[in-house]
Design a protein around this ligand. Sequence first.
Ligand code: ADP
Ligand code: MG
Ligand code: ZN
Length: 484
Amino acid sequence: MFNYETVVGLEVHMQINTKSKVFCECSTEFGAEPNTNICVICTSQPGTIPILNKKAVEAIVKTGLALNFTINKQCTFARKQYFYPDVPKNYQITQSEPPLCSKGKLKIYIDGKEKIVNLARIHLEEDAGKLVHEIGNRKLDYSLLDLNRASVGLMELVTEPELSSPQEALEFLNELKTIVEYLGTSQCSMEEGKMRCDVNVSVRSAGQKELGTRIEIKNMNSISGVRDAIAYEVERQIEVLNSGGKLIQETRLWEAEEGITKSMRTKEGALDYRYFPEPDLVPFELSDSFIEDLKKDIPELPMMRKQRLIDDYALSDYDAGYLTSKREIADFYEESLGFTKDKKICAKSLSNWLSTELNGKLNADKKEISQSPVSSQSLAKLVNLIIDGKISGKIAKIVFEDMYLKSLDPEIVVKEKGLAQISDEGELAKICQEAINESPKVVEEFKAGKERAIGAIVGLVMKKSKGQANPGLANKIILEKLKN
Ligand code: ADP
Ligand code: MG
Ligand code: ZN
């Protein structure tokens, strides 16, 4: 038996976030009626000429810059020939050599340890149409063709074969998705097919230099699916090798429900795409200023933003990780922090309110932070009320209900419902005296030296005041009363 190591390389297709397709003016809108977003160009009518969408090139160069790629100024296109019914022109316009971006890097963390994954390339290509084999749950005995997706712009990012476990592939895809979402160059929603992934997996004896025979798993559409498919595939390959068998280079399909991969076809060894320069798109050169302008447009990326939040506000790794998991959440947090009375003092409390209370309610309602009925300013006001001792954490939860359900301002809720904390000594002293009178046993215990017993009296004060007493002050008053 050998000791095997896993080698994984990924080819990730991300739909470029542009309003129109890459070679025509048709909309890229998801979920439109079949064949409504089509024209003579994206349905491949003879004699039509593709016109390059500048925004698509911008998106790829911006993504490349953010991932430390070298940008190739020479922009060229190629025809990749193949027959498939969802590509009526019998070729796909793509980039061969050079791609727009070569040799990038992405940093991930595995069990707290940094790993740099080398990236081979990002190139621009057009998507194919879609064959439809069922309507609702009804399987058809014929196929329908929907060309809405034909010629939608894709960026294909290819990694070097350097990922070495299912978990690493998962972390890599999560980090890539987060960065690209920050950049806004793709929406990366896997449910809508805007991020898809081909997974190449091989194994080799530990220490061996040459790569093992690779198996490609096509068209994965969930990140956890990628992880599970690699885990399954590695085990299968090791079993084949250990039983004296040989692996052949092939394409396999992931059957998510069964949790297994199945052979689809042996690798198109003989298949030659006969790439040649696309005659309808003339090569051109990107100007330095075009690239420089895009560089300036790159926002602070998630890992750096996370570190800054940790450094500036002493947030935990976990908290900062949640807050920077999406750009919209981080923006909401920092905007809200700007409305608090003291960023350093309020940072932790605000982070808690955002990640537990607000996030919990949004999740339950399947809403994004952009649809939050609680504004960033409102949430800051709530935190201010707590930090100022105007309301307790418990009361704050009641106030928050109204903020969320009715979009009300917390200060108004506190005022109208009379929820302000009782910090008036005279008023509080009266309630404390009542509570002491009603707790003779506790008083005895206290006098017998058990100071902690007064917690019960503070509890009673809180109950009597319906949670509005200032617990610190109540504690102090009760202590004084009992000591005298
Ligand atoms: P193709 O274009 O035929 O799919 P590439 O050489 O461009 O082939 O490789 C595609 C992907 O497969 C890359 O992500 C690469 O890292 C990965 N890869 C190549 N060889 C192996 C291997 N032996 N094991 C795992 N991944 C591999
Ligand atoms: Mg491939
Ligand atoms: Zn079109």
